[in-house]
Design a protein around this ligand. Sequence first.
Ligand SMILES: Nc1nc2c(c(=O)[nH]1)N[C@H]1C(S)=C(S)[C@@H](COP(=O)(O)O)O[C@H]1N2
Ligand SMILES: [Mo]
Length: 421
Amino acid sequence: MSIDKPPFDVSFTENPSRRTLLKRAGKVGFATLLSTPIPFLANLAPGLLPVALAQGTSPKDMGKDGLTLLNDRPINMETPPHLLDDRVTPANRLFVRNNGLLPDLSGVTEDNWRLVVDGKVERSLDFSIAELKTNFETVTLQLQLECGGNGRKFYQPGATGNQWTFGAIGCPAWTGVRLRDVLEAAGIKPGAVYTAHFGADTHLSGDPEKMPLSRGVPVEKALESHNLIAWAVNGAPMPVLNGHPLRLVVPGWPGSCSQKWLTRITVRDQIHDGAKMTGKSYRVPAYPVAPGTSVPDEDMEIIHSLPVKSLITLPRTGTKVRPGVSFEVRGHAWAGDLDVAAVDVSMDFGASWKLAELSAPVNKFAWQHWQAEMTLPEAGYFEIWARARDTDGQMQPPLPPGWNPKGYLNNMQHRIAVFAV
Ligand SMILES: Nc1nc2c(c(=O)[nH]1)N[C@H]1C(S)=C(S)[C@@H](COP(=O)(O)O)O[C@H]1N2
Ligand SMILES: [Mo]
């Protein structure tokens, strides 16, 4: 039994200096982070930072307030659960998962950014963002976006990659056009099987032939009416780090299906085989395996819907409350393609559970809010646990479920510490 590890540590960088961070955004990324072209960029000596950015490039400087930086090359940040308390995730609290370097967005407008739709379609189409807006109905939906590797940190033996804990999830309101409407305008041909998504970001190696990520979904999922080709988050242009000026949002499935900096959607007559579609990427063993098992690639299956999950967003872990005085516990729950049927909370390490109040989603694929009043009986250390159950009866487990080589699909219960004093 062995786990393949790369010869270098790609998993976790605690405190990269802001200089390192900027360098790793890639030189063209300076323009992106400043949201303006830098006409003389070519003259800027390698290692010399634009003064406007040299104040510091922490998550906060990149417009992400309070997020935890997991990696700086590529840039990855997660949101601490208590900062996900809003019903609609603010853009500055939405996690960031990049596989490559930021694209050069200098000079980009809604008229010159192009989206090509081609492949197994009756007619290839090519739209600017302005044309998408005039040709199709604009819709706004609150949609969950979660990384398939959220929770990876808790698998043992561990998997390489970003050590996400709980915060690679968000549910903002996205505005765009329906992927279905655009695909129907192109006309899906018989024999079409899968979509292939392409974005403008570049490979970490700098090799222009290589793509950081190009995934897709079965045509049936692509035609589901909640997938959006989006240009706005919460009514404002989306943050560069989250895919400005155009991205896919394919809710309920691994976030990797939601291509950022979207430039092309190709309809294919086979399962897409782009970057991170094959091998062990976003796949789990077709059968349960013992932790640490080396699984042959041909026994790995592509992840579809993500499993049921919940978060406690209030109170923040470590909070002090008064014994005998009730306080509010609340959070969100979501269940991939399904809905959440119930959420329970416990204050006695799971020995007994109390049903929380659960609201319906504002629209399909939006997370659901839950709330409970709790009273700790005496002074001391307590934990609040939450567990959600989906409409198929699947329940969140207390420990990480089915170990898999890349550490996907960990939907274990969220626990917080509370002191009664
Ligand atoms: N072009 C492009 N799109 C991408 C990625 C990427 O690296 N490049 N990462 C994907 C992954 S793995 C996830 S989880 C989501 C994260 O979206 P966010 O960064 O807006 O939170 O974007 C997806 N879309
Ligand atoms: Mo992801």
